[in-house]
Design a binder for this molecule. Sequence first.
Ligand code: AMP
Length: 410
Amino acid sequence: MKINPVRGTHDLFGKNIKKFNKIISDVKDIAYQFGFNELVTPIFESTALFKKPLGEQSDVVLKEMYTFKDRNDDEITLRPEYTTPMIRAAISNGLLNNLPVKFFGTGQMFRRERPQKGRYRQFNQINFENFGSNDSFADVEIINLANLLIKKILPNKKIKLHINSLGTRENLINYKKTLSHYFNQNKNFLSSESKDKIQLNPLRILDSKNIEDKEVIDKAPVLIDFLSKENLNEYEEIKKCLNDLDITVYENTSLVRGLDYYCNTVFEFKTNEIGSQDTLIGGGRYDGLIEVLGGKDIPGVGWAGGIERMMLLMDDVQSQNQSIHLAILNQNYKSHAFKIYDFLIKNNLSVFWNYKYNLKKSLSTANEQKAKFIVIIGEDENINNHYTVKNLLNGEQKVKDLSNIMEFIK
Ligand code: AMP
């Protein structure tokens, strides 16, 4: 019986798992440098955590969640995103007392989308969240962190930062009303998909990829005209700070983000090198969301990045395998080989026993795996109680015993 992987899922191995692990390690380095602590949450949560906060009309809630009833008839959803679980965890564990608090996490998310390059049904996200501050420097800091991380993972790639301000929730509500009115007046020129969104989700029409909609969208009222003076000043300050940090900002007035909870600053890091799934990182402010989820009325700002999309752009990770190969030339020398095997393991080195009992095959495996050393155990070594060690990088070869082999290897 052959069972295939579920559509939109993939296994990680070889070059890809090296890239994956490099990303995780870079994430952790930068997180600790910026004072973010790791917060790991379960892969499934109560459906209610996502339904309202993400927006009942959002694509994620309408079409993409993996939701099921368990044996107790509890409504469960495989997490489609990480911000709401992080907030839930911070509230459940009383982590919102000394504000601000800064958390990060990495893990699998699940969305039943149509799979294509850069879009999967199970994928991995990196998440950074700052709870409890409405200081505009919190926005700058979290964007700066994202920018530095991208530079570290993709040093040679051109990634563009798009930014917009949605204003407060009230501004946004007014804007949505005006937008609905405008799209209604022009609905004969819109695609049928966009027509369906006029009443409930007019913002989503703005980032429609349908060419039919372009002309109407280009002439639509722009959000920036609805922003208060205070919001505008804050937005200007954020852009100025980013400039001071040498981060090039591209103002994108139609950037609205897919989930309902955003307000004020929103941003995305985009590339044009992987096709239509071009957003590597997306995030923004979500003041009000923590209260909606039963916490205090405190603000928040954060982002999520797609690990698989970064991997598509990333160069291979070059690494030297630190393990020491054993080339045991005959089954009869196993007990002599076992002594060095045990010795090296106890000295915290990694050892690879290949069960081949053949020099040529052992050397070829060692080279394939880019091993640094090979220890040869043949007749001579067995009789004289020593080992021949070869440095595979420079070809140097020495005869050693247990008392002096470490200095050669180290
Ligand atoms: P979102 O929560 O939709 O803003 O997603 C944040 C980031 O996660 C995106 O910018 C992508 O890099 C990544 N992402 C979202 N959905 C998928 C998916 N279905 N497959 C792979 N990566 C995804």
